[in-house]
Design a protein around this ligand. Structure first.
Ligand code: BG6
Length: 481
C-alpha cells in the first residue's frame, strides 16, 4: 500500500460505459482499491444514457473489461459491493434529480457527502452536463465536491473562455481538476524533483549554459479508428496545446515560492505569458502518407477509415518557440509531435553550450556538447553525456554517458490515472491545469489554428517532413531521436 486510505467518497463517472472508463478509470480505481489506497467506503457510480442497463449488467461489463486487461478476473467483491449504475439523459432535469437521490442513497452512512464528479465525456457534452449538474445542486454537498474535466478543455480560445466561465458559474477554481494525463506520469513529476532538488543543474538551467531545448513526443501508433475525433482535432489541439505545453512549462518555469499547487501553477502560467507569438516560419505541419514501420506496410492518414478524402488535418507539428524572459532569452525551444513515427519516444533534450575556448583543437577533436535527455517513455529515466579523455597515449576526447533508469518493473510505476485519481481524493491540485493555464495556452496557439496550411506529407515510419529538419537546422541543430 502506497498511502493510507483517504476520506471515503463517491466517484460519479459520466461516460461510465465509455472507452476512457473501460481502459483507464475502471482499472485504476480497481487497482487503487485493491492496494488499499482508498477507504473501503468509496463507491463508483457509472452514469450513461443506456436505460436498459442494470447494476448487475454494469458489474458484469466491468468484470469483463478488467479481465480483458489481464487484471485478476475482476475481484467479485469489489465489483459487487462498490460498482453501481445510473441511467441519465443529459437533457433531462428529472434524470439529474434522480441522480442526486441515488448519490444520496449511496452516501448514506458511508461517505460523508464527498464526491468526485468525473466528466469522461466527449467535449461536446461538457457544457450541457456542467449546467445540468449546477441546476440540480450537485455542485455542492455536505462534504467536498470536486469536478474533473478531461481534455481537450475547449477547442480554441473562445470555447475555452466560455467553458471556464460556465464552470466558474457553479464551481470554485479550488473544486476543479482539469486533467492532462501527462501530469500523472512519474517522470513528468520527477522533472520538478530533478530541477529543484539538484543545485548542480538548477544553476546551469539558463541561457548562459543552455543552447537549446527539444521537447519531442513521437508516437508509433497511427490514428487507428479515431478519425471521428481526430479529423476535427489534429495534432496541435490533441497534443501540443496540452501535453507538450505542460512539458514546456515544467522545463522552463522559475523556482516556485513553495511546493504547492498555487505557486507551481503560477510559475507555469508566467512561462506561457512570456512566449513570443509564433511566426509562420517557425512552425511546420505534417500528415503521414503510406509507408512502413518495422517492415510492415502502413496506410497514410488519407487512407484511414473515416478520414475525408482531401483532409488537411495535421498528424505532425514541429515548432520553434522563444520564451522571452531573463532566464531564457535567445534559447530556442523546439516542440515536435507526430503519429506513425518509427518508434515511441517522449523525451526532453537539453543541449548545453560548448566550452567557450577551443582548448583541445590541436590535440584531438573538439568537445561535443553535453546533453541531458529526460526520457519519459518508454524507458523512464535520464541520460547525461560528458566528455572524457580516450584511454591511450594519444590525447583525444570521447563522449560517455551517465544513465539512470527507473527499475523496469512496470507495476512499480504508477499509471498516470492512478496518480491523478489519488491526488483528486487528496484534494491536491498541483497536477491539474489551472483556468489561467488553459487560457494562456490557447492564446498562444489559437492564431496558429487559423493559419494552418496544407500539411507536408511524410512517410509513415519516418521522423517527419523534411521541412521540420530545415526548421531545426536554421539554428544549427538536429532533432535528437
Ligand atoms: C492523448 C491523445 O491525449 O494522448 C492521443 O488524444 C495520444 O492521440 C495520447 O495518443 C498519448 O498519450 P501517451 O500517454 O500514450 O503518451
Amino acid at each position: 500500500m502506497r498511502n493510507p486510505p483517504h476520506a471515503p467518497c463517491t466517484f460519479v463517472i459520466f461516460g461510465g460505459t465509455g472507452d476512457l472508463m473501460r481502459k483507464k478509470l475502471l482499472p485504476s480505481l480497481y487497482r487503487l482499491a485493491q492496494n488499499g489506497a482508498f477507504d473501503k467506503g468509496c463507491q463508483v457510480l457509472g452514469v450513461a444514457r443506456d436505460r436498459s442497463l442494470t447494476d448487475k449488467q454494469f458489474r458484469a461489463w466491468a468484470r469483463a473489461a478488467l479481465s480483458d486487461l489481464g487484471l485478476p478476473a475482476g475481484d467479485r467483491d469489489w465489483c459487487d459491493q462498490c460498482l453501481h449504475y445510473q441511467p441519465v439523459d443529459m437533457n433531462s432535469p428529472d434524470d439529474f434529480k434522480a441522480l442526486a437521490a441515488r448519490i444520496g442513497a449511496l452516501e448514506a452512512g458511508r461517505s460523508a457527502g464527498n464526491r468526485v464528479l468525473y466528466l469522461a465525456l466527449p467535449p461536446a457534452s461538457f457544457e450541457g452536463t456542467i449546467e445540468a449538474l449546477g441546476k440540480a445542486g450537485l455542485n455542492r454537498s455536505k462534504g467536498w465536491t470536486r469536478l474533473v474535466v478531461e481534455k481537450p478543455f475547449g477547442h480554441d480560445l473562445d470555447s475555452a473562455l466560455r467553458l471556464n466561465a460556465l464552470v466558474h458559474k457553479y464551481f470554485d477554481e479550488t473544486q476543479i481538476y482539469r486533467i492532462d494525463h501527462y501530469l500523472g506520469k512519474e517522470t513528468v513529476q520527477n522533472l520538478l524533483a530533478f530541477r529543484f532538488g539538484n543545485a548542480l543543474f538548477e544553476s546551469a538551467w539558463n541561457r548562459d549554459h543552455i543552447k537549446s531545448v527539444q521537447i519531442s513526443v513521437a508516437e508509433q501508433t497511427s490514428i487507428g479508428s479515431r478519425a471521428g475525433y481526430y479529423e476535427n482535432t489534429g495534432a496541435l489541439r490533441d497534443m501540443v496545446q496540452n501535453h507538450l505545453t505542460q512539458l514546456l512549462t515544467l522545463t522552463a518555469m522559475e523556482v516556485p515560492a513553495a511546493f504547492a499547487a498555487d505557486s507551481i501553477r503560477f510559475e507555469k502560467v508566467k512561462v506561457l505569458r512570456s512566449v513570443a507569438p509564433i511566426g509562420r516560419d517557425a512552425i511546420v505541419f505534417g500528415q503521414y502518407a503510406p509507408g512502413k514501420v518495422d517492415g510492415k506496410k502502413l496506410p497514410g492518414y488519407l487512407q484511414e477509415p473515416g478520414v475525408t478524402p482531401r483532409s488537411r488535418t495535421e498528424t505532425y507539428v514541429a515548432m520553434r518557440l522563444e520564451v522571452q524572459n531573463w532566464r531564457w532569452q535567445g534559447v530556442p525551444f523546439y516542440l515536435r509531435t507526430g503519429k506513425s513515427m518509427p518508434q515511441r519516444s517522449t523525451r526532453i533534450v537539453i543541449d548545453f553550450r560548448k566550452p567557450p575556448v577551443a582548448l583541445f583543437r590541436t590535440v584531438g577533436r573538439r568537445p561535443h556538447r553535453n546533453t541531458l535527455a529526460i526520457n519519459l517513455q518508454p524507458d523512464q529515466g535520464f541520460d547525461l553525456t560528458f566528455e572524457v579523455k580516450s584511454p591511450g597515449d594519444r590525447f583525444t576526447l570521447q563522449t560517455e554517458r551517465m544513465q539512470f533508469r527507473y527499475p523496469e518493473i512496470k507495476d512499480s510505476l504508477w499509471d498516470g490515472y492512478e496518480t491523478l485519481l489519488l491526488e483528486i481524493v487528496r484534494g491536491d491540485q498541483t497536477l491539474f491545469v489551472h483556468a489561467d493555464e488553459t487560457e494562456a495556452s490557447w492564446r498562444l496557439y489559437a492564431p496558429l489554428l487559423r493559419r494552418r496550411s496544407m500539411p507536408h506529407p511524410y512517410a509513415a515510419g519516418s521522423w517527419g517532413p523534411e521541412a521540420a529538419d530545415k526548421l531545426m537546422r536554421a539554428t544549427g541543430g538536429d532533432w535528437t531521436t
